[in-house]
Each structure stands twice: as structure tokens, then as C-alpha cells.
Design a protein. Structure first.
Ligand code: G3I
Length: 338
């Protein structure tokens, strides 16, 4: 850790502990009761066995996004085929709790299904395997989901275009993205099909490439129905960055999903403004026509549920503290909706 990081560490820890002890005094209404768009939260199957988590999520959210059970790591075994037992359990638990489910994600270069990776290089067989894989996943959940992140994180951070070092690109070229949407639509005629990516708020060049990809998909007639911006942001994100991002994404006329919002204190290097960032996110979403507000999904219910605190890391990135009490970020969401 360099000297700057070392000096900042105590400040970060102090900020985290301050933010964790940040419950609001006033009683807030159930958050989903005041949003004019679906309010989602990341979830994993084992969390449904925690009564406190289930009570908090049922009261405040409309839908869940599986944090990991609807990815290749959970349902695409090395020997090929599918094992949907984990995602089916999660979908069942969500529907039983009267929560809808948003599917995340079919094609992600971080998790190439092992059976496809094994045929890397044999382009014809790979193309057939890819089509069967996408149709198999989308087809299994027909009619069950609010939408799918069909392709996740396809765009390079450096603004050069698409990420290239993956088996999808190696065997199918850039067309893998259009093919993924076409195969998903072949298996499911109605579910909204989304393109999702991260750092679109902080990296305007990456955002430009993401928009270019979306425009090219639409021009090619791909069944792209909405756009997702993950919005994993540091707590010192400059004012206006999220509004500019949502404005740009909405310029294509498609619905926009803020798909994985969390606001990291640990990643902030300047003045932290987590509540202001949540308020600005809601304002930016509400500035869109209602038909373009696909939804807002928070990437974790309580701070303790966040991926950002795993492995002993300290942070306070979401709306509710470890005890399930609403924090100033939750109050800012309510305030922005008043
Ligand atoms: O695999 C075990 C499983 O066997 C066990 O039953 C379960 C118990 O909870 O844990 C599983 O472990 C890990 C899982 O998170 C739950 O913590 C998985 O190994 C691990 O890969 C998984 O990490 C997830 C990661 O994506 C990779 O899928 C994180 O939770 C999740 O927050 C993160 O989310 C990503 C989005 O999909 C894309 N955008 C970035 C975001 C953060 O990295």
C-alpha cells in the first residue's frame, strides 16, 4: 500500500465506522411504496433463510437480482448442460416472497461456461454451443423474469471498444453480442433483454463506446430492449456524473436500469457524499419519461450483505446498516421522491 493510501486508511476506517453508525432518526415509509419505478436489491439464496433480511427486503423492495445464482458459475457445470437447481431455488423463494426477479446474467466474459471454453478455437462447434447455451438459459426462465442482462460488461474500460480477451470474441468476433440477443429472443419472445455495464458514470469514453455498441445493435435489428448501468461508484463521485450518464443512455429512447447501485466510502479519496449521490441518482431517473425508468437496483440490502465488505473489508455502501436500520442514503431516496 503506498504512502497516500496508508495515510488515507485511518480516515477511510473512520468514515466507514461513521457511515455504518448512520441510522436516520425519522421513521421512513417502505421504500417501494414511494417509488414510481421498480426498486430492486441484489440477493442470494441463503439470504432468504435470514428472517431479518427477508423482512427488510419484502417491506422495501419490489424485486431481486440474483447476486450469483443466475450466472454460469452456478448453473453451467464443467461437463456441459445445465444445473438450474440453485437459481430455481432462489427464484422460488423470491416469488414466494412476492418479489419479482431480474435475470443476471447470461453472457459475461468473466464466466465463460466451461463446456464452451473447452471448445475454444473450434469456431463452428463453438457457435452451435453458444446458441444452445443462450437458448437453454433464456428458455428455462421464460415468463418468470422482469428482464435479463443478456450481455454484461462487454466494453473495455479504456474506451478502445469491446473487451477482446475472451472466448466469445475469439470464436464469434464482436457479433457474439448480437447473436446473444437473437438467441435469447428465439427462446423467449417477450422478456426485456438488456445490455449492462459498469463505470459508465466515471468513464465518458467507455460510455461513448457502450452507446455506440447499443446503437449498432439497434441498427442491426438486435432485440435490445433496455440499457443497464451498474453504478458501483465511489462516495466522492462528482456532482452531475450520474445525471450526465443517464441522460446519455436515455438518448437512444430505451428504458434505463440503474442496475447495481452502491456507494463506496472505502473507494472515496475526496469529500464523501453518499446520500447526495443517491438523491442525484433518483433525480436523474425521475428526470426520464416514466416509460424509460426500467428501475433502480441496490447491490445489497444491508451494509453487511455487500460484496464490498467481504474478506474483512470495511465499507458502508448501501441504504440500510448492518442492523437493517435506514441510513442517510435511504432518507435521501425518500427525500428525492417527495
Ligand atoms: O460459490 C459459493 C457457493 O457454493 C456458496 O453456497 C455461496 C454461499 O453464499 O457462496 C458462493 O460464493 C460466492 C458468491 O459470490 C456468494 O458470496 C461465489 O463464489 C462468488 O463468485 C460470488 O461473487 C459474486 C461476483 O459477482 C461473481 O459472480 C458477488 O457476490 C457479486 O456481488 C458480484 O457481482 C458483480 C455483478 O455480477 C457484475 N457487476 C459487478 C458486481 C460486483 O463484482
Amino acid at each position: 500500500m503506498n504512502r497516500r493510501r496508508l495515510l488515507a486508511a485511518p480516515l477511510v476506517l473512520a468514515a466507514c465506522s461513521r457511515a455504518t453508525a448512520d441510522p436516520v432518526a425519522t421513521e421512513l415509509p417502505p421504500l417501494k411504496s414511494i417509488t414510481s419505478f421498480p426498486l430492486g436489491v441484489a440477493a442470494s439464496g441463503d439470504q432468504f433463510t435470514d428472517p431479518a433480511w427477508a423482512r427488510l427486503v419484502r417491506a422495501n423492495f419490489d424485486r431481486i437480482t440474483p447476486e450469483w445464482e443466475m450466472k454460469a458459475e452456478a448453473f453451467a457445470p464443467a461437463g456441459g448442460g445445465f444445473d438450474f437447481s440453485a437459481p430455481d431455488r432462489l427464484v422460488g423463494a423470491a416469488l414466494a416472497a412476492r418479489l419479482s426477479v431480474f435475470g443476471h446474467t447470461i453472457v459475461w466474459q468473466e464466466q465463460v461456461p466451461p463446456a464452451l471454453q473447452a471448445i475454444d478455437g473450434d469456431r463452428r462447434t463453438f457457435a452451435a454451443g453458444f446458441a444452445n447455451y443462450v437458448r437453454g438459459v433464456a428458455g428455462h426462465y421464460v415468463g418468470s423474469l422482469d428482464g435479463w442482462d443478456v450481455v454484461n460488461e462487454a466494453v473495455a474500460d479504456d474506451g478502445s471498444g469491446l473487451k477482446t480477451r475472451n472466448a466469445f470474441m475469439a470464436n464469434l468476433g464482436p457479433d457474439y453480442i448480437r447473436l446473444a440477443f437473437e438467441h435469447a429472443r428465439e427462446a423467449d419472445a417477450r422478456t426485456p433483454l438488456l445490455l449492462n455495464d459498469y463505470n459508465l458514470e466515471q468513464l465518458p469514453e467507455k460510455r461513448r463506446q457502450f452507446l455506440r455498441l447499443a446503437e449498432n445493435l439497434l441498427r442491426a435489428g438486435a432485440p435490445l430492449t433496455a440499457l443497464g448501468t451498474q453504478t458501483h461508484v465511489p462516495a466522492d463521485l462528482p456532482r452531475g456524473a450520474i445525471a450526465a450518464c443517464l441522460r446519455d443512455l436515455a438518448s437512444l429512447g430505451l428504458p434505463v436500469h440503474v442496475s447495481e447501485l452502491d456507494v463506496s466510502l472505502a473507494r472515496a479519496r475526496g469529500p464523501e457524499r453518499p446520500a447526495a449521490i443517491v438523491g442525484e441518482t433518483v433525480d436523474a431517473l425521475m428526470a426520464l419519461p416514466e416509460r424509460q425508468r426500467f428501475g433502480l437496483t441496490i447491490w445489497g440490502a444491508r451494509d453487511r450483505d455487500s460484496w464490498l465488505v467481504r474478506g474483512g473489508r470495511r465499507d458502508a455502501p448501501v441504504l440500510f446498516d448492518d442492523a437493517g436500520r435506514p441510513k442517510s442514503m435511504a432518507a435521501a431516496l425518500v427525500e428525492a421522491l417527495r
